[in-house]
Design a protein around this ligand. Structure first.
Ligand code: FES
Length: 380
């Protein structure tokens, strides 16, 4: 594996010579505990046990440092962040610090009293995920029985509270046919923002890819469906649409560029530029309390390794898109092309691009396949 630390420290181009901007947002993976066992889970294969999670004081210190650095938003995520009994205290502290707070939740642990407490603590926004609206399919994908009804109840509570809300529909081959019904459901409920998020294949989800990836025909149908609903709901519902990377011709600007906009904190306090960065075993990522957030962002070789464009191989270095897509996803380059230092194979200029598209097409034809669900003993 190339020593990217050396590459990063010897760069001279315009993007790397500038002092990086502070991150816009911090994503706190408060815990890996989760009552769901989703086949597409993007968390790592090895989850952090509860005994190694940062304690309340540790998370408060992370929030304080984030605010000090000038960050504006905090996303409380997991796992299921509601599995943390100190969530309300952390939301209250984020609010005291002036951070805009978003709760990313499956909704299955949400009840009226906890929601009221979170709202009183200053929570600003809820992002509620659905794995579909058909019980059998959603239960199978999430490994959780009766989730749809619980999520619908959670949706009603959030709507009654008046909190800002985004519905996140997770799309795979097994529920792509439900998309029209999902968007109809969202519109019927007066939802202002919806994410149609095809699963990305990281962590646990990568090993289920052959069972999850939709076909190109499904993708075309989804795109037509989203286009129609966008037209039909213009002015009342915004639909964000994330397609399966593998069928794209240009890579996504993953995380808005490596270490450019987001800082992720793992349950044990490891600081990362993205949720899958620990798969890049050649990089040493800092961890609180041994490092500050400031030192990680501005001084860590791991954060500098793929920031900007100076690390890029050709043809990325001379590409007119390099300041827009920042070379795509480093974790995907490693997973699919065997090196984080090479082109993201999603890019049509990658020598591996055709292989990736062929792989996706072949896997998408496999029909219904068994999922390997997560197994993690859960306690809230
Ligand atoms: Fe790590 Fe894309 S998930 S760079």
């Amino acid at each position: 594996m190339t020593d990217t630390t050396a590459t990063a420290s010897s760069t001279t181009d315009s993007t790397s010579s500038r002092q990086p901007e502070p991150p816009l947002a911090i994503l706190l993976e408060l815990t890996h505990r989760c009552p769901l066992r989703c086949a597409y889970c993007s968390n790592p294969l090895a989850l952090t046990p509860a005994s190694q999670e940062l304690d309340t004081a540790g998370w408060r210190e992370v929030l304080r440092q984030a605010a000090d650095m000038g960050m504006l938003q905090v996303h409380f995520s997991g796992g299921e962040p509601m599995a943390r009994s100190d969530l309300t205290e952390l939301v209250a502290y984020a609010s005291e610090l002036g951070l805009y707070s978003n709760l990313i939740t499956s909704g299955v642990l949400l009840d009226a009293s906890r929601l009221a407490a979170l709202q009183q603590a200053g929570l600003n926004h809820v992002q509620l995920s659905f794995q579909g609206l058909e019980d059998t399919q959603a239960d199978r994908l999430s490994g959780f029985r009766g989730g749809v009804a619980k999520k619908q109840a959670a949706l009603a509570l959030v709507q009654q509270s008046g909190l800002a809300l985004t519905l996140n529909f997770v799309i795979t081959r097994s529920n792509a046919h439900e998309l029209d019904a999902m968007l109809h459901y969202a519109d019927q409920h007066g939802i202002a923002r919806v994410e149609v998020a095809n699963t990305q294949y990281y962590g646990w989800g990568l090993q289920n890819r052959a069972a999850l990836i939709p076909s190109e025909a499904q993708l075309d149908a989804m795109t037509a469906c989203v286009t129609q609903w966008r037209e039909q709901t213009r002015g009342r519902m915004v639909i964000d649409y994330v397609i399966p990377d593998y069928y794209a011709r240009r890579p996504k600007a993953c995380m808005g560029g490596w270490a450019q906009r987001f800082l992720n904190v793992m349950p044990d306090g490891t600081l990362l530029p993205c949720h899958a960065a620990q798969t890049l075993a050649h990089l040493q990522f800092p961890r609180v309390p041994h490092s500050t957030l400031h030192a990680a962002w501005y001084d860590s070789p791991a954060f500098a390794a793929y920031r900007g464009s100076s690390w890029m191989p050709e043809p990325c270095g001379g590409c007119e898109h390099k300041e827009r897509d920042f070379g795509g996803c480093r974790c995907q380059a490693l997973a699919l092309a065997g090196s984080a230092d090479t082109l993201d194979p999603v890019c049509e200029r990658s020598p591996q691009h055709e292989h990736v598209v062929t792989l996706a097409r072949r896997e998408a034809q496999l029909g219904e396949q068994p999922y390997t669900l997560r197994s993690f003993s859960f306690s809230a």
